[in-house]
Write a protein that binds this ligand. Structure first.
Ligand code: NI
Length: 178
């Protein structure tokens, strides 16, 4: 296994829509293992393949260390690997603080569905459905956003986004000059 480099804003790979996975071969298994190791090494609760520069519809999530409220029915294992995931049902509305490993040091409040049901495939290509609320629902929506080319800053208003761009890029420049 290897820890991969996490791409950060404004890398273009984060704005691309990733392609469905069609082959469940050894290369895929290695990529998934590396993504899991990279997520844990970065203390993230989720990671999408775009974030390691690969345009494939793969997400990994583990919220077990951060949220005692999930899973309610123990149906979902702590480590979730989802291939080609799609939200098939969403319900309610909630606002929570979100950060992203690809935008280090930035958090913002985002409005999302409170509960979601996601359908996809597991790492062996078998059908898998995950239902979650709370942090798990947030992570599922956040990571599925990634494979569709969206970041948290695409979920805030245009004015807030402009403000973010100016401030974040100015801070990035400052860091480079030190
Ligand atoms: Ni993220």
């Amino acid at each position: 296994m290897a820890i991969l480099e996490i791409k950060t804003y404004p890398d273009n790979v984060l704005k691309e829509k990733a392609f469905p996975v069609t082959e469940f071969n050894d290369d895929l298994q290695k990529l998934i293992d590396d993504m899991i190791e990279t997520m844990y090494a970065a203390f993230g609760v989720g990671l999408a393949a775009n974030q390691v520069g690969v345009l494939k519809r793969i997400i990994v999530i583990d919220v077990s260390g951060k949220d005692e409220s999930v899973p309610q029915n123990n149906a979902a294992p702590p480590l979730i690997v989802l291939i080609n995931p799609e939200i098939i049902h969403s319900e309610g509305e909630t606002e929570r603080e979100e950060g992203c490993l690809s935008i280090p040091g930035y958090t913002t409040v985002i409005k999302r569905a409170e509960n979601v049901k996601v359908r996809g495939l597991d790492r062996d290509g078998m059908p898998l459905e995950i239902e979650g609320s709370g942090l798990l629902a947030k992570a599922l929506q956040h990571e599925i956003d990634h494979i569709n080319g969206f970041l948290v800053i695409d979920r805030i208003g245009r004015i807030k986004k402009e403000f973010f761009k100016r401030r974040y890029m100015r801070e990035a420049e400052r860091k480079e000059t030190v």
